[in-house]
Design a protein around this ligand. Sequence first.
Ligand code: NAD
Length: 473
Amino acid sequence: MSGALRSVSPWDPADELGVFPSADAHAVDEAVGRARKAFPAWREAGFEARAAVLRRFADRARERAPELAELVAREVGKALWDARAEAGLLATKVDVTLDEGLRGVAPLEPAAGQRATYHPRGVLAVYGPFNFPAHLPNGHIVPALATGNTVVFKPSELAPAVGAWMARLWREAGLPVGVLEVVQGGAETGRALAAHEDVDGLLFTGSYAVGRALREATLDQPHKLLALELGGSSAVVVLADADLDLAVAESAFSICATTGQRCTSARRLFVERSVLEPFTEKLVGVLRGVSIGAPLDEGVFMGPLVSQQAFERVARERARAAEPGGERLLLVEPDLPSPYTGAGLVRFASTRQEHPYQREELFAPEAALYPVDDLDEAIAAVNDSDYGLAASVMTRDRRHYDHCVGRVRTGILNWNKGTVGASGRLPFGGIGKSGNDRPAGISAALYCTFVQSHLESDAGFDPASLPPGMPRP
Ligand code: NAD
């Protein structure tokens, strides 16, 4: 072990959630070794035995969701409504995986004598981000375990207590020793895990920069599965015929949920010129009124940013909005210490998006408004992004939305619903810098397995089947 992570609440310096030894390369090696040793028995245990453990985990997760919600609120500063929603998803993930998620890995039998079967890869490493420190790693862990893999889980270094809580719950549910190992730590621990030769795949949710680093770290191991869920710069299109109150409510929610720290947070709003003024006025009014405060207080919508470091980075980036010609319409500065912050809104005169302020993920409740003349200009503007995670189209006319389907290059495209929020019953993933085409959500079981194809026959030898020139045995 090298060093330790001390977890302190970002909004209450007196609230220390624990000290967690960081795993060095040796400790990572031992954890991977235990997971490797546990793999054959877990694979051979069969689906029903594994599902029974998963169901016990789900039952406990349901019972103890309030405890987890409070821990998430304390450790990463999520408002209670948001933390409760996240905590509730742990059990739902098990239900959905066992009911529907495994259909994607059911044997294929296209014709008599032809079959394909799906099998666990072995030891999978799961990396969690801080913004959904329980739900997102759980979204990899559950399908990985259900399909017979063992897991080495590295929680976010900003949420080690949540990671440790989850591991405890699995133990209490009766998961055999070694089937889920936890290694705490930051980048160094993550690198040691990624490079380990006995890890068969990396299931990662986090930033583009780290996703890229994982790709680089595994260049010499092209056989190692890499499933990357990365960042975003999500967009809302508001057409002239939209229900403006709905468009404002959905946009404000998508900008502010989780204090703008969601991969699907709305960052770019493309609004048809004829409704730009009324839309902007209503949106500014709503954003100004968002309640900001201590995450454990009922009625608070937004907690703080995750850390002082994040606060400083966001402040620096916000100050650059004027460089490409942005006009700041709003910056709410709550009467609270950093890292609390409020919503920001900046207007641009055209859809040109060349400056890093406009192109890079900010991870804060801050959006840019752009006027558009028609739907096709809006589609081109949405697609003018390095990312491709989520977009929404606000219109009363379904035909406008249908025109966007497939033309907007994002993994998620919603109609009259904001960019945040997703169904666990659907695939979840993005294109461009948002991932590497291995969608999670309902599709996650697929990347947890390898496929074996079979030609099968119980017929005896038929001499007529021999090609000319091939002698009979
Ligand atoms: P991050 O990339 O900083 O960290 C993610 C994980 O990678 C952490 O566990 C971290 O310790 C680890 N890590 C850091 N450096 C590493 C390295 N060199 N090698 C191996 N591991 C390393 O992400 P974050 O700040 O915790 O989370 C926010 C990011 O996650 C945002 O970019 C957000 O958009 C993205 N995200 C994406 C999705 C999605 O589903 N697409 C969902 C949530 C968050």
